[in-house]
Design a protein around this ligand. Sequence first.
Ligand code: T4K
Length: 392
Amino acid sequence: TIRTATDLALNGAPPAFAEPLHVGRPNIGDRAALLAQFERILDARWLTNNGPLVQEFEHRIARHLGVKHCVAMCNGTIALEIAIRALGLHGEVIVPSWTFIATAHALYWQGITPVFADIDPSTHNLDPNAVRSMITPRTTGIIGVHLWGRAAPIEELQAIADKHGLQLMFDAAHAFGSTYKGRTIGQFGRCEVLSFHATKSFNTMEGGAIVTNDDELAEATRLMRNFGFSGYDNVIHPGTNGKMIEVCAAAGLANLEALGATQSGNRRTHAAYKQALGNITGVTVLDYDATESNSHHYVVAEVDERCTVTRDQIVAALHAENVLARKYFWPGCHGMKPYRELFPHAGRVLPNTELAAERVLVLPAGPSISSDEIEQIASTIRVMCQWGLGGF
Ligand code: T4K
């Protein structure tokens, strides 16, 4: 148990945890249900290429989200790229810098310049005024990201897109099952892109999907994910290989059954962290809007200037204890090497992103974290802060 500074691994004590605690520990549903789904694949001798499990998975996801089409893909990044191409985006597209690098890479990989706009510090989502200020004659679209599962300012972004004749789509990689004004994420913009990566609240090991109510867009993205084939032999569209394999659909079908248990586990974890870190000055756990659904998959804390130690000192202390807390999405996409040179002045126009990059701490979460583990993590942070008062 960590009570004083001498108990910290940073100061030579043994680490609090023998095994590392990860932020992205996958949620694994019922093993027997997963193995039963695998048996179906072997029985059908159909491993990929729009197999029966993928079709069933798409149907289940579309119904679950109340959206007309779900086009399952091999991962969220390829789904983003296919959506970007299907919308005909080119030139410049406005995105937040405060997102996982895949959002920016998907654009750049398609020959498009990602133009980074600042965020609202209270939500970590795009600030509509910042978006407006980034529009140029080369702008063709906006990609909003529902960061931490909290919906982006959808109506404001749609109004900007409509006014300036821009396409609007969403990176909903964090937002499976989230809502915006009570409506499920998946039906906004021209389309929304999900990730079912192993580290997401709902996973298919690797996987993603484009969800949309637009029939034509759904058809085009279906063609594009399978080399543009229409039936056998006939290629009618440029395309790539973005197919989800049957094993991933099997994991998705099994994990859908466990969704309720996962979500209540996530909520418990989030509430336990809030309580355990509640009285540490300068450390605040981000809340989610109580009137909206959110998976509570991410426990995001901010370490501000009132704290006696910095976010980086806390991360170092936690890592020494074998708690692999993360600084997602430090330093922001604009600060990453491929984009730094493109945007040398970004620091001056993205103050809220820069602030988040200094403050954010993402803690190991999900149903696999026990309340004892949360208590140990909180004690580490508390003792660090007390020790910090004595000065480093
Ligand atoms: N848009 C947004 C907003 C996203 O957040 C993402 C993905 C995407 C788009 C793209 O979707 P995908 O193409 O990935 O479907 C991880 C994930 O790889 C990535 O999917 C995710 N966002 C991002 C937020 O997190 P890294 O680079 O942090 O991964 P890594 O290898 O450090 O793993 C995270 C932690 O999870 C580690 O501590 C280890 C642990 N882990 C990981 C895996 C895969 C496990 O314990 N078990 C596992 O099986 O990106």
